[in-house]
Design a protein around this ligand. Structure first.
Ligand code: CTP
Length: 424
């Protein structure tokens, strides 16, 4: 029996795909089709497929041409598959001509002429693009615009406060201004992705969430970490019971980047430590332990009391059967790691944990330790944009950051701005 294998994304299955599969099948007796997983696709820079892996598998299945469907998840898997399945022929379209010659060592490689005039990219392009503008006065703006370029179906458009000509807007102004800017955008009927915190008052955050809902608009927190694969997997592993019950979450985020720490620095128009880092550091706390803490204490050391500019803040939480602690600073330096302590083991994420592609699950017996690696491109911002675009298309707030988490983050800010802290 001659076994043939072929790989592809198969987004929005079209005539070109079917023709390829028919010819691949005709090369032998048994056809295996490898379909790229959503994660693997991200690593190839082909981001924002219209269909999920399950939908793409269903599409190929429906052609009745595949004898077996497998999922392609990692670099180098093709060699493993060819060996494991005793494959005789590897084939793909001629757009890959020469790229897979290295597989000749393992089986025969055949490039089939690509069908002219049709491709998933073109079908995706026919759909109207999501036009996204930015309202920002921080360095984050440039990065965001650059990352938009990596996402299919989304395009950057220049805009002013009237937000004319855009469907959605990225807001990265100073946190005190978020409420006003987000409200303005929602009232003008625009979807919003806003650097967290969405507002520095709990009621304002709730009001904005309700307004978005009433107007059928998406309002998302831009915390890039939430959208990275390694971080999402970490949540799953921690909640699966692998490390037993979670008893403590400890997160540290510090940076000495924008000169706020320098003697006599002008702190106006700069973000304080709690706003710059608080939402990111609080994310694993609320996503792992929930928002129902019994007690919270905030301890801050200030660079400027009048401006409420903290150089260092530590927040401690007490839950019914766990504790959590976050440290954030723009005028102090510490190891930026995340540790989730469990009754059986712990998860360790090395610095800088908020943009990691790696974490480790560790046990008393080190031979049981396990390392997890995932690709992370563009700090996670492009995945955040993909999730935002998908939520808009599907008309539902994405599950990455729940409404409760967003509101809990705003509540912490609220307490800080109401001066419910202890000064150190
Ligand atoms: N293919 C083909 N003819 C086309 C389109 C695709 O023969 N007109 C082949 C590709 O060469 C590949 C397989 O179908 O072997 C799956 O291709 P995939 O990359 O999933 O589809 P494309 O339409 O090429 O997607 P994109 O436009 O996103 O590159």
């Amino acid at each position: 029996m001659v076994k043939v294998i072929t790989y592809g994304t198969y987004d929005l299955l079209h005539y070109g795909h079917i023709r390829l599969l028919e010819r691949a099948k005709a090369l032998g007796d048994y056809l295996i089709v490898g379909i790229t997983s959503d994660d693997y696709d991200k690593t190839r820079g082909k981001i924002n497929n219209q269909q999920s892996l399950m939908e793409r598998i269903a599409g190929v299945e429906a052609t009745g041409l595949a004898d077996e469907i497998i999922v392609e998840e990692y670099e180098g898997q093709k060699i493993d598959d060819i060996r494991r399945h005793n494959v005789d022929i590897f084939t793909v379209g001629s757009d890959w001509e020469g790229k897979f010659d290295y597989l000749n060592e393992y089986c025969k490689v055949v490039y089939l002429p690509r069908t002219q005039g049709v491709s998933s990219s073109e079908i995706r392009a026919e759909k109207r693009k999501l036009l996204i503008g930015t309202i920002s006065d921080t360095a984050l703006n440039k990065k965001f615009i650059k990352e938009v370029g990596y996402v299919n179906g989304v395009e950057y458009r220049d805009c002013d406060e009237t937000l004319e000509g855009v469907d959605a807007v990225y807001i990265a102004t100073l946190p005190e201004k978020h409420y006003e800017d987000v409200k303005n955008a929602l009232l003008r009927g625009k979807h919003v992705i806003c650097e967290s915190p969405i507002a520095i008052r709990r009621e304002q955050c709730e009001e904005l969430m309700a307004l978005a809902e009433e107007k059928n608009l998406i309002l998302a927190d831009a915390i890039k970490t939430a959208y990275s694969t390694a971080y999402s997997r970490l949540l799953v592993v921690a909640k699966s019971g692998r490390i037993g019950e979670i008893v403590s979450v400890d997160a540290t985020c510090t940076s000495l980047q924008d000169g706020a720490w320098e003697e006599g620095a002008d702190l106006t128009n700069k973000q304080n430590s709690i706003c710059a880092w608080g939402p990111t550091a609080l994310l694993p706390v609320f996503q792992l332990l929930g928002t129902g803490y019994k007690k919270k204490t905030i301890q801050s050391r200030f660079l400027d009391r009048e401006l409420l500019f903290d150089g260092f803040t530590k927040i401690d939480f007490v839950y019914p059967s766990a504790v959590a602690s976050v440290k954030v600073a723009k005028a102090a330096k510490a190891e930026g790691e995340l540790i989730v302590t469990g009754t059986k083991g712990y998860i360790y994420v090395p610095a800088p944990w908020w943009k990691t592609d790696y974490f480790e699950v560790r046990f008393e017996n080190p031979s049981e330790n396990k390392r997890y690696f995932y690709q992370l491109d563009g700090d996670g911002i492009r995945y955040e944009i993909v999730a935002f675009a998908k939520s808009i298309e599907r008309k539902r707030r994405d599950f990455y950051i729940s409404r409760e988490t967003s509101t809990a983050i705003a509540s912490v800010m609220d307490d800080f701005y109401r001066r419910c802290f202890e000064e150190i």
